[in-house]
Ligand binder design. Structure first.
Ligand SMILES: Nc1ncnc2c1ncn2[C@@H]1O[C@H](COP(=O)(O)OP(=O)(O)OP(=O)(O)O)[C@@H](O)[C@H]1O
Length: 234
């Protein structure tokens, strides 16, 4: 579904990604792991068209993404939940969800979309009228994920969703990813919580210094603490 071949990316003159190649098949959950600064966020931002200078091939459902604006990529069925969440603090949960619905142009289906979200995210259902900023960090992260699913995307790119979140909510969030997978969503997950990420993934890639250094099935990697220590220890 997503194919990246020899992707290079720069910040100014700094050459950050060097010939990154990876693929994610329809229905898969794939983790992108690696130490701080390895290039995980840069990879995701390159897929979403948020970097000024990239080269190589990135295609989604057979469509070449390079050259398309971020909103065009979104329109093809890609969703992105950035590390910083971008919840609008003064708005209620429902109003934040509506932003996602408006962005996807599906205003006519608003009621159905909200009902679907309420079913998948029971924590949000109870809080639709609450001001978003008064929720915990984990609940705000759930809201960011829910908003990203408003457009019913085929694939969701998640950048460190568990960062700074209480362990009990992290478990709930990973359950939620499994549920999204059961609903047929394809997921590319950037995570520092390696075990949790591998626990719900089919496969994983490890980035180091801007290049892919390792790829393996998630269950095999989960059973190999030495590999996790070598490539993913912070
Ligand atoms: N806006 C920027 N300008 C210049 N360099 C940047 C910028 N953003 C990131 N970098 C550099 O690019 C490299 C890769 O960063 P990136 O954020 O992709 O790493 P990461 O694997 O996501 O790490 P983290 O877990 O810390 O977010 C790092 O060396 C970082 O310092």
């Amino acid at each position: 579904m997503l194919t990246i071949k020899n992707l290079n990316a720069w910040y100014g003159t700094s050459h950050i990604l060097q010939n990154v190649s990876l693929d994610v098949q329809r229905g898969e959950v794939v983790s992108l792991l690696g130490r701080n600064g390895a290039g995980k966020t840069t990879t995701i931002k390159s897929v979403m068209g948020l970097l000024k200078k990239t080269s190589g091939e990135v295609s989604f459902k057979g469509v070449n993404l390079l050259g398309l604006a971020a909103h065009q990529r979104f329109g093809l069925g890609l969703a992105y939940v950035p590390e910083e969440r971008r919840i609008v603090p003064g708005m209620t949960v429902l109003e934040n969800l509506r932003l996602g619905i408006v962005a996807s142009g599906k205003m006519a289906q608003e009621k159905d979309i909200i009902d679907r979200i309420a079913e998948t995210f029971p924590r949000l259902k109870e809080r639709l009228g609450q001001t978003a900023v008064t929720m915990s960090g984990g609940e705000q992260q759930m809201l960011a994920i829910a908003r990203a699913t408003a457009a019913d995307p085929d694939m969701i790119l998640l950048d460190e969703p568990s960062e700074g979140i209480m362990p009990v909510l992290v478990d709930e969030m990973f359950e939620l990813f499994q549920q999204l997978k059961r609903q047929g969503k394809t997921i590319l997950l950037v995570e520092q919580s390696v075990e949790a990420a591998l626990g719900i993934s089919d496969r994983a890639y490890v980035l180091d210094q801007g290049g892919i250094v390792y790829t393996e099935r998630a269950d095999a990697m989960l059973a190999d603490p030495e590999i996790q220590e070598r490539y993913c220890a912070v």
